[in-house]
Design a protein around this ligand. Structure first.
Ligand SMILES: Nc1ncnc2c1ncn2[C@@H]1O[C@H](COP(=O)(O)OP(=O)(O)O)[C@@H](O)[C@H]1O
Length: 177
C-alpha cells in the first residue's frame, strides 16, 4: 500500500508514465487525465515554465533538469494524489510518490518516423532510438520501483492509445475502490 507523508493511504493514486521521447507519454497522459479528471503533469513543460533547470545542454540539446527543484515543486501535489506525471526518466523521483509506473514502448521504425517528424536528427535521434532498442527506461523503472507496480505497454498505434487509456482508467477505478 502506498502511503503519503501522513502515513494514510492516498485517496487517489499517482501514476508515472515514462518511456523514450516519442513513445506517446504526453498524448497518453493527457487522455488519461481527461478520462479520470486527474491532473496531468508534464515534467518537461514544468521545467521550462518554472525554470527548474541548470541551463541548456548543447550536447544533448535539452535543458539540464534540476532534480531537487523538480522534487520540491511537486512534493505537495504528489502527497495529495490524483496525478498523472509524464517524463522520459524516472530514477530521481521519490519512490513513495507513485502507485503505478507505466513504461510506454514503441516499435523502432515507428519511433524513427515520430522523432524525425519532431525534427530530431544526428546524435539526438540515434541516442533516443538506442535508448528504446536497449529498453533503458524499462530497466530504469524496474530498478527504481517495486517490480509489481511497473507495467510496460505498447504504444505503436492510435488504437494502442485508446486501449492503454481504457486499461489505466480501469486500474485507477479499481485502486480507488
Ligand atoms: N500510440 C500512438 N499511435 C500513433 N501516434 C502516436 C502514438 N503515441 C504518440 N503518437 C504521436 O507521436 C508524437 C509524439 O507523441 P508524444 O505524446 O508527444 O510523445 P512523448 O510525450 O513520449 O514524447 C505525437 O505526434 C503523437 O501524436
Amino acid at each position: 500500500m502506498a502511503r503519503g507523508n501522513t502515513g494514510t493511504r492516498r485517496i487517489r493514486p499517482n501514476i508515472l508514465i515514462t518511456g523514450t521521447p516519442g513513445t506517446g507519454k504526453s498524448t497518453t497522459a493527457a487522455a488519461l487525465a481527461e478520462a479520470t479528471n486527474f491532473r496531468h503533469i508534464c515534467v518537461g513543460d514544468l521545467v521550462k515554465e518554472k525554470n527548474l533547470h541548470d541551463g541548456w545542454d548543447d550536447k544533448f540539446e535539452s535543458y539540464i533538469l534540476n532534480e531537487d527543484l523538480v522534487c520540491d515543486e511537486l512534493e505537495d501535489v504528489m502527497v495529495a494524489g490524483g496525478n498523472i506525471v509524464d517524463y522520459h526518466g524516472c530514477d530521481f523521483f521519490p519512490e513513495r510518490w507513485f502507485d503505478g509506473v507505466v513504461v510506454l514502448q514503441t516499435e523502432n521504425s515507428i519511433l524513427y518516423d515520430r522523432l524525425t517528424k519532431r525534427g530530431y536528427s544526428g546524435t539526438k535521434l540515434s541516442n533516443n532510438l538506442e535508448c528504446e532498442i536497449f529498453g533503458i527506461l524499462l530497466e530504469e523503472a524496474k530498478e527504481s520501483y517495486k517490480e509489481h507496480i511497473v507495467t510496460s505497454l505498447q504504444s505503436d498505434t492510435i488504437e494502442d492509445i485508446s486501449t492503454n487509456v481504457a486499461r489505466l482508467t480501469e486500474w485507477i477505478g479499481a485502486w480507488r475502490s
